[in-house]
Design a protein around this ligand. Structure first.
Ligand SMILES: N[C@@H](CCC(=O)N[C@@H](CS)C(=O)NCC(=O)O)C(=O)O
Length: 211
C-alpha cells in the first residue's frame, strides 16, 4: 500500500520544511522530486495540483496543501504526539505557536524573499538591486525581535520544540546560505541545535537521495 502522504519538493528550497515536519511526525511519505531549475514546476504533475507551480506541495489522500506553514500545522494536527502544534488544551502555547508561525511568514522571511527575488528570481527587467539595503534593514529588525524572544531559551515555546521552530531554523539557514547578515550572532547556537536534529538530517538526506 502506498503511503498516505506525498510530498512534492526540490532540494535547497522551502520543501525541506515539510520534509522535516514529516520526519518529526514519523510519517511515511512518497517524495516526488520537482526540478524547479528545469521548469518542472510549470508542468504536470505539479501544475495540476498547485496552480502556483511551487514547492512544497503536500498530498494527504485527496487533500492538497501548498503553503509550508499550513503543511506543518496540518501535520501537527494529524500527529498530535509529534509536538509540532500544541493541542487545544494548551491554549496559550497553541496561540504562541500560531503567532510565531505567522511572524516567520510575514516578518522574518519576507525581506529575505525580497532580496532573493531581486537577486535572481524575478525576470531581469523587474529586478531592482537598490532594494537590498531596505530589505536587509527589515530583516535585521525582525531578527532583533526574534533574538529578544529567544534570549535564555532553546525553543520558541516553553513547552519545547514545535513546528514554528522548523520555520525559524529553516529561514535562518536560508539567510546564512544567501550571506545575509541578520546581525544576531546569538541565534547561531539556536540554528545549530535545531538544524542538526535527527529529523532534520533525515529530511535533508531524503531530499538529496531523491534528487
Ligand atoms: N509561501 C510559500 C512559498 C513557496 C515557494 O515560493 N517555493 C519556491 C521554492 S522555495 C518555489 O517553488 N518557487 C517556484 C516558482 O516561484 O516558480 C511557502 O512557504 O510554501
Amino acid at each position: 500500500m502506498s503511503p498516505r502522504f506525498t510530498l512534492y519538493g526540490c532540494p535547497n528550497t522551502r520543501s525541506l520544511r515539510a520534509a522535516w515536519a514529516l520526519e518529526e511526525a514519523g510519517a511515511k511519505y512518497d517524495y516526488v522530486r520537482i526540478n524547479l531549475f528545469k521548469g518542472e514546476g510549470r508542468q504536470p504533475p505539479l501544475i495540476d495540483l498547485n496552480p502556483g507551480g511551487k514547492v512544497p506541495t503536500l498530498r494527504d489522500g485527496e487533500l492538497t496543501l501548498t503553503e509550508s506553514a499550513a503543511i506543518i500545522t496540518h501535520l501537527g494536527e494529524c500527529f498530535p504526539k509529534s509536538g509540532l502544534v500544541p493541542g487545544r488544551q494548551h491554549r496559550a502555547e497553541r496561540a504562541a505557536y500560531f503567532e510565531w508561525s505567522f511572524f516567520v511568514m510575514s516578518e522574518l522571511e519576507q525581506p529575505l524573499w525580497t532580496i532573493a527575488k531581486h537577486r535572481f528570481a524575478l525576470p531581469e527587467k523587474l529586478r531592482r538591486g537598490d532594494i537590498e539595503p531596505t530589505a536587509a534593514w527589515e530583516f535585521q529588525r525582525a531578527m532583533r525581535r526574534l533574538a529578544g524572544h529567544l534570549e535564555g531559551r532553546d525553543t520558541l515555546l516553553e513547552s519545547g520544540f514545535c513546528g514554528a521552530d522548523i520555520l525559524v531554523a529553516h529561514t535562518l539557514a536560508w539567510a546564512r546560505s544567501a550571506r545575509i547578515d541578520g546581525g544576531q550572532p546569538a541565534l547561531d547556537a539556536y540554528l545549530e541545535r535545531h538544524w542538526h536534529r535527527p529529523a532534520a538530517e533525515r529530511a535533508r538526506a531524503r531530499e538529496s537521495k531523491e534528487a
